[in-house]
Every structure is written in structure tokens, then in C-alpha cells.
Design a protein around this ligand. Structure first.
Ligand code: PLP
Length: 460
């Protein structure tokens, strides 16, 4: 094969990898990764040259490799300032942990711990026992089992109680929560057979009653989360469904999602959020098992819980699948500290609740300070009322009153990008041609970082 003379001018892989300008990234990313980047950049330069472009020089190829290496290096986990107004932002890590949880993790992580040892007897104990007891007390449940997330909680409940048998679900609740959690698919994977009842908009207790047969294992009720049916819609109260389940001696499983265990603050009163049921309320209404996330309104680490009747929870705990879904010890340490905050009634120590309960006046005062700092740079912006959200799949629709800085300008997307690429990254949202930085999801301690980020973004 004749190699066109132009292609012979392209730099060789070795020369690129060994370039002195790449010594830094060779050290951090490793020679193997830099070699792979060099190969792909040279391959692109070859295609471009074949298409008639000037062959890239060694310096150009090296510069491109370095740029990509730096992007790779930045691509790991890094803290960001969440100015989206969405408190449980799935892409930004959902619930930030209480300080006490972080300290507990730090104390446990690098050492041996009492994970499965009772110090008083010297005998092996069940992992998670204390946290499970604490959560049971908090939610007035007979017992609780902790797993890796709520998806695992639902999967475990269904596979333990219903594999090979039927689960009755309303057609209005066959939802996708996001991130690939689709009720019909989770059900299929658990080995249970889905029996759909009712219609998308209306399901009555009778629909469930008629579908119950010999093969029925349980009834499943799903919080529709970020999906809402309005208008000609009806579904039975949880307590009505519980009465039916009880009369037929079948368990009722509620996939609650949000994990609310306290009353919500007055900031959300009157909104849809105020109607969000708590774990306790679902149990009191007669649900036999309630599944929920620990990193949504509970305000803890990634995790899931199934709370409810003792013999059912025990069956779940003893299922071999539970071993594959168990909660990590660092998450357990974090949960223990969150439970202590609830026990003390110190909601302000749980970041999700602290953010939710910040008063409008306080948010307005803080946003005014951001605005004044911008004003000093000659940039005008407005303090505006906004609608923040809980997010996290659950309750995505329910607005929470908030205050935001509104920066109108010719290129709000470009400004958003500049703030996103700063350090720390500040994430806002672009609405109707303006960038909004919403204070509801920004911690007061992050205000200086917002001001510094704005200053950098507008500095000439
Ligand atoms: C969030 C949610 C899930 C998934 O929970 P993860 O903790 O993300 O696994 C399942 N069901 C409902 C109703 C939810 O809101």
C-alpha cells in the first residue's frame, strides 16, 4: 500500500507520548492512558489529512492529547455548588450528608469496627442491627431491613414474597421513576408475574378484588413520583386497599420512594409536598411493608429500607438475595448518625431539611448579596421569586417557594458553561433566556464561592 506523503508527516505515537509537555499527565493518568489518547488523536488527524486538511504537527497533537488528558482528570467526582434549586438532584448526588455522618464515616473508614461484633458478649451480631432498630423506632415499624438502595428494597420484597406468583398493580402506577427503574421490568426481574388492574386514570378497590386469585402473592402500590394524572382520575386510599389486602390475607407492599419520616416545614405547606405521605403514615394506613430510599427526604446516604411487619421483614432478611443487596458499612455509619439527629429532633443538622426550611426572607437577603457583588463588577442582575423543587424522582413536580438571582444577557448558556467549568463548578439553570442561580439548594457557607465564581466569570 502506498502511504500518501502527507500522512507520513503525522507524528509517531512514541514521540507524542514522550513529549516533555505531557510529563505531568503521564505521571497522573499513566503512560497507558496517554498512549491510548495519543493513538486516537493521531487517528483523527489522519482522517482529517486524508480528507484534505493540513497534517497536524507534533505540537498540535501534543496539545490536543494534553487537553483531553486534563478533561479525563477532571472527570472524576468533584464537589459542585448546586444552584439549580433542586434539592435532591440525582445528577448531583441527591442528599448531602450531615456533618455527624461524615465524621462517623471518617472514624470508621480507615480502621476496624464493630460491624458484626457485640462488644458486651464478644459474639458475632447482625450487621446493621443498631441502625435497623433505630429506624424501626423512628417509623413505628415492627422491624426494618436495610439494603443498598430503594430499587434493591423493592426487588427484595417482590422476589422474596412473590417469585413465581402474581402481584397486582394498578395500570396508573406502572411508571418509570428515572434511571431505568421501571415497575413492570423490576417485577419481571423479581420472578413475579404482573397482573394489571384498572385503567391509566382510574382504578377502584373492586378492580383489585376481582383480580385476586389462588396465585396472588401480594398487592403493590407505587408512589407515582414524577408522573401525575390529573382530571378524571381516581385511585383508592391506601387504607381502603389495606382493608382489602387484610380481608384476603395478602400483604400490601407500598413503594413510597421519598422516605419522609417527619412533618415537612411550613415553607412547603400548602404545596403538593405537604400531602407527601410519611413512612409512618403509610404503615398506619395499613401497608404491611413500606420501601423507601435513604438518600431522598430521609436525608442520608445511598441506601434503601423496607419497614413493616416483623415476620415479613424477617423473611426478606433471611432471603439469600439480601446478602447481595446489603448496605455498605460506611453507609451504615452515616445512617446511624442521621438517626441520632432525628432522635434529638435536630432537623437543622440534616442538610436536606435545613435547605427545605430556609425562610424566604433569608434567601432573599443572601441573593441580594450575590447581586450586589455582581453590581460592583458593573453587571446587572435581579433578585426574583422562583420555584425550587425537591427532585430525586419523587415529587419532582411539587414546587417549593424560593428566591433566585436572574442574570439576563445575550448568552446565558455560555455563562452557565463558564460557571460549570469553574472551581468549584457552580450549576445553575437557564430559563427563558436568563441564567437563574437558585438559593434554595445553596448552603449559606457556599455564598462566598458563588460570589467568587461570578467574579471570575465576569472578570475581563
Ligand atoms: C426513587 C424511587 C425509587 C428508586 O429508589 P433508589 O433509591 O434510587 O433506588 C423507587 N421507587 C420510587 C417510588 C422512588 O421514588
Amino acid at each position: 500500500m502506498v502511504v500518501p506523503v502527507e500522512l507520513q508527516k503525522l507524528p509517531k505515537v512514541d514521540r507524542v507520548v514522550d513529549a516533555p509537555e505531557l510529563s505531568g499527565v503521564r505521571g497522573t493518568l499513566g503512560k497507558k492512558a496517554v498512549t491510548a489518547l495519543a493513538r486516537s488523536v493521531i487517528a483523527e488527524a489522519r482522517s482529517a489529512a486524508l480528507a484534505g486538511a493540513e497534517p497536524a504537527t507534533l505540537a498540535e497533537v501534543v496539545a490536543r492529547v494534553r487537553e483531553r488528558a486534563e478533561v479525563r482528570l477532571r472527570a472524576g467526582l468533584a464537589p459542585v455548588v448546586n444552584a439549580t434549586g433542586v434539592i435532591l438532584h440525582t445528577n448531583l448526588g441527591r442528599a448531602p450528608l450531615p456533618r455527624a455522618s461524615i465524621e462517623r464515616i471518617a472514624a470508621i473508614a480507615g480502621r476496624y469496627s464493630t460491624l458484626e461484633l457485640d462488644l458486651s458478649t464478644g459474639v458475632r451480631t447482625r450487621r446493621g442491627l443498631q441502625a435497623e432498630l433505630g429506624l424501626a423506632e423512628l417509623t413505628s415499624a415492627e422491624d426494618v431491613v436495610l439494603v443498598n438502595n430503594n430499587a434493591a428494597a423493592v426487588m427484595l420484597a417482590l422476589s422474596t414474597l412473590a417469585a413465581g406468583r402474581e402481584v397486582i398493580v394498578s395500570r396508573g402506577e406502572l411508571v418509570e421513576i428515572g434511571g431505568g427503574f421501571r415497575i413492570p421490568e423490576v417485577l419481571a426481574r423479581s420472578g413475579a408475574r404482573l397482573v394489571e388492574v384498572g385503567t391509566t386514570n382510574r382504578t377502584r378497590v373492586d378492580d383489585y378484588a376481582r383480580a385476586i386469585g389462588e396465585r396472588t402473592a401480594c398487592l403493590l402500590r407505587v408512589h407515582p413520583s414524577n408522573f401525575k394524572i390529573t382530571g378524571f382520575a381516581e385511585r383508592p386510599a391506601l387504607s381502603e386497599l389495606a382493608a382489602l389486602a387484610k380481608s384476603r390475607r395478602l400483604p400490601l407492599i407500598k413503594d413510597l420512594g421519598g422516605g419522609l419520616v417527619v412533618d415537612l416545614p411550613p415553607t412547603v405547606a400548602g404545596s403538593e409536598l405537604a400531602r407527601e405521605p410519611s413512612v409512618q403514615a403509610c404503615l398506619a394506613a395499613g401497608a404491611d411493608l413500606v420501601c423507601f430510599s435513604l438518600d431522598k427526604l430521609f436525608g442520608g446516604p445511598q441506601g434503601g429500607a423496607v419497614a413493616g411487619r416483623a415476620e415479613l421483614v424477617r423473611a426478606l432478611r433471611d432471603d439469600p438475595m439480601a446478602r447481595a443487596l446489603r448496605l455498605d458499612k460506611l453507609a451504615l455509619a452515616a445512617v446511624e448518625a442521621v438517626l441520632e439527629a432525628y432522635r434529638r429532633g435536630a432537623l437543622c443538622d440534616i442538610p436536606v431539611h435545613a435547605l427545605l426550611s430556609a425562610g424566604i426572607d433569608e434567601l432573599e437577603r443572601r441573593v441580594d448579596q450575590w447581586r450586589l457583588a455582581l453590581g460592583e463588577l458593573g453587571v446587572s442582575a435581579e433578585t426574583v421569586q422562583s420555584e425550587a423543587a425537591i427532585g430525586g424522582g419523587t415529587l419532582a413536580e411539587a414546587p417549593v417557594r424560593s428566591v433566585a438571582l436572574r442574570i439576563a444577557g445575550p448568552a446565558p448558556e455560555a455563562l452557565a458553561e463558564r460557571l460549570r467549568n469553574g472551581e468549584p463548578a457552580v450549576i445553575g439553570r437557564v430559563v427563558e433566556g436568563a441564567l437563574l442561580l437558585d438559593a434554595r439548594s445553596v448552603f449559606p457557607g457556599e455564598d462566598p464561592q458563588i460570589v467568587a465564581a461570578l467574579t471570575r466569570a465576569f472578570a475581563k
